[in-house]
Each structure stands twice: as C-alpha cells, then as structure tokens.
Design a protein around this ligand. Structure first.
Ligand code: SF4
Ligand code: SF4
Length: 311
C-alpha cells in the first residue's frame, strides 16, 4: 500500500501523554509503540503505573541521581524542598504544587516532569520512526492509560490518523466510561484489550474504587466482529479463585474473546510510588507463584479458551 504521510485531521489537538514506550511486545500483536495517556477513572490498589493516575503534569523524584547541589531548594517558590543531613534531598509533598520549577534547574535528572502535552503530529512523528518494525512483526500502535476514554477526543483523532496511515491499532481500556464514547473509539481500533479484574461487583469496588456493572455492560455491547483480548491481572488474595476465574471464562466465551491475557502482579512499580511521594498499598504483596498461574491457565484452557501469560 502506498505510504500516506499527510495529516487528515487538525494537528493542533493536544493530548496529555505519560510515556510513549517503543518496542513493546506486551500490548498486542508484534512489536508495538504503546502510548500511555495520563488520567485514570479507577484506583486499583495494586496499580503498577501510579504516574498515569492524574490528568496533569507532575513531579517525580529519582533520589539515586541527586548530588545534593541545592538548586531545587532555591528554585522552589513554596519551600517544599529541603536538604537534610540525615535524609538528603527531601520533598514535602503536602506543600508541593507541581509547578515543576525545580525540574529545569536540576543538573542530574534527579527531578523529572511526568506528563507532556503532544499534538497528534508529535505522536505520529515518534511512532512512525518504528514503522519498519511494525510492518515486519505485524505490530502497530496501542493506546493505553491511565484510561484512554478520559481523553477520548484526542484518542479518536489519533486512532483515525493511525488507521489513515495504514497502521494496526489497539485500544487498552478498563471499559469504565460512557458507551457512546467507547463506541466512537471502536471505529478505528483493530483490537480491543479489555481489562477484567473481578466478576463480583462488590469485590471489584473494593479493589478498584468502582463497581463492574458499566464495564460488563459495555463489553457486551461491542460488536461481535471486533477482536477482543481480555486482560486479567492476577492479584494473589484478590481475584485468584475458581469461581472468579470460571466466571471470567464464561464471559470470554460469551463475547467471543480471541484470547485471555493473564498479567501476573509484580512489584516493579514500587519505586515510582516513592518517586511520586505516594503510599504503596501493595508493598507486602508477592506476585502469584507458578502453581497459581498454571491453575488459572488450566481453568481457561478447560473452557477451550486460548491463554497467554504476560502479554
Ligand atoms: S514542583 Fe514542587 S518541589 Fe518543585 S519547585 Fe514546584 S512546588 Fe517546589
Ligand atoms: S537540583 Fe537535582 S541534584 Fe540538585 S539537590 Fe535538587 S534534586 Fe538533587
């Protein structure tokens, strides 16, 4: 197919992006670029991406890079930073207003801004660098979060542009949003990565802050010709039970999911909580062991459902 490069939509539409991760093999088929948006409607206590929660730019600190030069102390207009002999450079998050003035004066990258506004054109320029890898691996671009439904106007235009340029698109969503919005994004999504955490609404609310009624209602409305991969985070002590996994398997069959992706919990996000000055609720939780993973896998396979681990 002839390569299209012209923008079909207005380029000055901005989205707030956490990160564009290149060469991802965990968010859909092939090699992909995953665009993590900022802003989420759930509050999962095990979340591995706390930097995506809020729809504003914010400060993240990397203590290991700090040389205690003191520039940030002088730059901060609200005296939220101090250098203490016993703890080193310390940020009082109750005072910090995320003005980010300290970031530009830090010489070592120990203070970083998370969240940047990008136009559709900015994003396309970044993702098209890897077009060769997408083509060779049958990969493409995945829009993730946070929750993509929150910045849906930007996401719809981006998906439309990606499709116009002939790229495979995947939408990674919790499904917690208005159907009228999700429906608008489906039009330009080749694959839907749909997160299912728990089939019991009360337990879902305990774990994520919201019930699952809307999520289940929305997934059942997705047209049958749309490809869906269910994504199930495996959280020990929360959602690994025969009843819950069996009910997810029933749902997978009902909506004709192409496969279920099991995503075992891990603690790799812990340092991000520290950098953001937030409490990490899952600090004493271990990931599922091999027997728990194979137990869950066997339930899905027993229902004739294709399963993958970690992607
Ligand atoms: S981001 Fe926070 S710590 Fe940094 S200068 Fe602004 S108020 Fe101070
Ligand atoms: S400006 Fe950067 S390197 Fe200097 S004290 Fe602050 S955080 Fe540390």
């Amino acid at each position: 197919m002839k390569k299209r490069t012209a923008m079909v939509i207005a380029s000055k539409t901005f989205g707030l992006i956490t990160l564009i991760q290149r060469f991802s093999v965990q968010d859909g088929p092939g090699i992909r670029s995953t665009i993590f948006l900022k802003g989420c409607s759930l509050t999962c206590w095990w979340c591995q991406n706390p930097e995506t929660w809020f729809q504003y730019s914010e400060l993240i600190a990397k203590d290991e890079k700090c040389n205690q030069c003191g520039n940030c102390v002088n730059a901060c207009p609200v005296d939220a930073v101090r250098i203490d002999k016993s703890v080193g450079r310390y940020i009082d998050r109750t005072n910090c207003n995320n003005c980010l003035k300290c970031v530009s004066v830090c010489p070592t990258g120990a203070l970083e801004k998370i969240g940047r506004y990008m136009t559709i054109e900015d994003v396309m320029t970044e993702v098209e660098r890897d077009e060769l890898f997408y083509n060779r691996s049958k990969g493409g671009v995945t829009i993730s979060g946070g929750e993509p439904l929150i910045q849906w106007k930007f996401v719809r235009k981006l998906l439309k542009e990606l499709k116009y340029r002939g790229l495979h698109t995947a939408l990674d969503t919790s499904g917690h949003g208005k159907w009228s919005i999700l429906e608008k994004l489906l039009e330009y999504s080749d694959l839907i990565l749909y997160d299912i955490k728990h089939m019991n609404s009360a337990i879902h609310r305990q774990g994520t802050g919201v019930g699952n009624e809307l999520i289940l209602k929305n997934i059942r409305k997705i047209p049958m010709d749309k490809k869906i991969w269910l994504r199930v985070p495996l959280i020990p002590g929360y959602n690994i039970s025969h009843e819950n996994i069996t009910n997810i398997a029933y749902l997978a069959k009902e909506i004709r999911a192409e496969k279920v992706s099991i995503l075992p919990f891990h603690r790799l996000g812990e340092s991000k909580y520290k950098g953001l000055g937030r409490y990490y609720s899952a600090s004493i939780l271990d990931g599922p062991d091999a027997s728990q993973i194979s137990y869950v896998k066997s339930i899905f396979m027993g229902h004739g459902i294709k399963v993958s681990i970690g992607s």
